[in-house]
Design a protein around this ligand. Structure first.
Ligand code: GDP
Ligand code: IMO
Ligand code: MG
Length: 429
């Protein structure tokens, strides 16, 4: 068997969580391969809403196993908060959750470092979620990190204290006063205490060699779906660097983040919104800073699932979408939030970029180039509700035209159209 992949093609928040949840009944195992609690994946069903940060979005289906892979970084405190919320809702996530020994731990001082480094950047700050992502991956690649499999080591506390001391030295050097800085409304000491409490509770989880488990499961004919976090435009190599996250969000990240050979990658599903959003700083060629942008933000409830920050909104960007499709080897497209465009009599779509006299559909080295302008094509909107569409054949002709235009431009089929946040508001073509 092969590993299918669902990942985001834009700047994150495309609706990956909803689609993974919809696909879960088809799979035996769902696995997160990168990122950490910077992710916020929303799942809505039966009138209830859940936002997952570290736990894979297949957790609501008891028969499906959910793996937090080696490429993910874990803040145990945030993980247990998620587990508690699910338990309050009557679930037993510990039963079908598996955690890789090789996943790295986000320490409280990684979060402080994140805040200190961001504050030092001033106006050029990344707009990080401040969950400690950059500093934890830095320690991983700098070969200083602490992994889930180290929790039971005798030397765990000593390694923690040594790394903490190194972090605090950098924080002091930056001149960041963390005495008043709160981590999720807690002082550093209170956060650290709860963090250690959670570390102790980690021993009750199923901690495994996830790369062996996944490959053995595939050999036994089990089906696996890899769930991406963030989006391709936030990939550390190919995104709008330096305004990116610190992991490989693309299909290639599945191999290193789960221990899967490239031969074992199956179908790649690319999720994109019918428009674009971005949260945090960095270039965004189709951004709308006018009333249309506000209309998308309000209509799409575009406020961060993790931080609550308003998301920046703009028209669909085809050069960026084509670049993402190429990088990921996408086989099938899934278009989300078509309903948010209901209110627009006309809809624009970016077909090319213009820089000076040059018009190009290629994705540039530096998206931060201030002279870069989107070339927009205006299309007629459907300007009506999609609430009564229960089958794809019932969508307005103008929406079908919009989808056909995208398909022709990118050369791939849009196989699923999402017209609302609920599981059921999903049309298969
Ligand atoms: P993810 O990070 O990719 O999982 O996406 P988020 O959960 O951060 O953001 C997507 C938001 O859009 C969530 O609030 C979803 O409930 C919502 N959503 C998903 N699909 C649709 C859709 O088709 N229409 C509307 N209106 N909302 C949707
Ligand atoms: P999901 O999985 C949207 C953005 C942050 C910031 C940049 C770096 O829900 O799609 P980081 O905390 O990683 O250091 O932040 O990346 N970012 C996201 N934006 N969705 C996400 O995840 C994101 N995770 C990080 O806003 O601009
Ligand atoms: Mg999100």
């Amino acid at each position: 068997m092969k590993v299918d992949v669902i990942l985001g093609l834009q700047w994150g928040d495309e609706g990956k969580g909803k689609i993974v949840d919809v696909f879960t009944p088809r799979y035996d195992i769902i696995a997160r391969f990168q990122g950490g609690p910077n992710a916020g994946h929303t799942i809505i069903f039966g009138g209830k809403k859940f936002v997952l940060h570290t736990i894979p979005s297949g957790i609501f289906h008891r028969k499906t196993l959910n793996v937090i892979g080696n490429g993910v970084i874990i803040d145990p405190l945030i993980l247990f908060r998620e587990i508690e919320k699910l338990r309050e809702a009557g679930m037993e996530p510990q039963e079908n959750l598996l955690v890789s020994k090789r996943a790295h731990l986000i320490m409280p001082t990684h979060r402080l470092l994140d805040a200190a480094l961001e504050s030092a950047k001033g106006d050029s700050k990344i707009g990080s979620t401040l969950k400690g992502i950059g500093p934890t991956y830095t320690d991983k690649y700098g070969r200083n990190g602490i992994r889930v499999g180290n929790i039971a080591d005798h030397s765990f506390n000593a390694r923690y204290e040594q790394l903490k001391a190194e972090h605090l030295e950098v924080i002091r050097h930056i001149g960041f006063d963390f005495s008043k800085h709160l981590l999720d409304a807690l002082t550093f000491d209170a956060y650290e205490e709860k963090w250690f409490e959670s570390i102790r509770r980690m021993k009750d989880l199923k901690i495994i060699d996830s790369e062996i488990f996944l490959n053995t499961s595939l050999d036994q004919g089990k089906s696996v779906l890899a769930e991406g976090a963030q989006g391709t435009m936030l990939d550390v190599d190919f995104g709008s660097y330096p305004f990116v996250t610190s992991s490989n969000t693309i299909t290639a990240g599945v191999c290193s983040g789960l221990g899967i050979s490239p031969h074992r990658i199956g179908k790649v599903y690319g999720v994109f919104k019918a428009y674009c959003t971005r949260v945090g700083s960095g270039p965004f060629p189709t951004e709308l800073k006018d009333q249309d942008g506000e209309k998308l933000r309000i209509g799409g409830n575009e406020f961060g699932s993790t931080t609550g920050r308003p998301r920046r909104c703009g028209w669909l960007d085809l050069p960026a979408l084509k670049y993402s499709i190429m990088l990921n080897g996408v086989d099938s497209l899934i278009m989300m939030k078509a309903d948010v465009l209901n209110l627009f009599p006309t809809i624009s779509i970016c077909t090319d970029y213009k820089s000076g006299d040059e018009i190009t559909a290629s994705f540039p080295f530096d998206l931060c180039d201030e002279t870069l302008q989107p070339v927009l094509r205006e299309m007629k909107g459907w300007n009506s509700s999609l609430d009564n569409c229960k089958e794809i054949s019932e969508i307005p002709g103008t929406l079908a035209d919009y989808i056909r235009f995208i398909e022709n431009e990118v050369g791939l089929p849009v196989d699923i159209v999402s017209i609302g946040p609920d599981r059921l508001q999903t049309l298969q073509r």
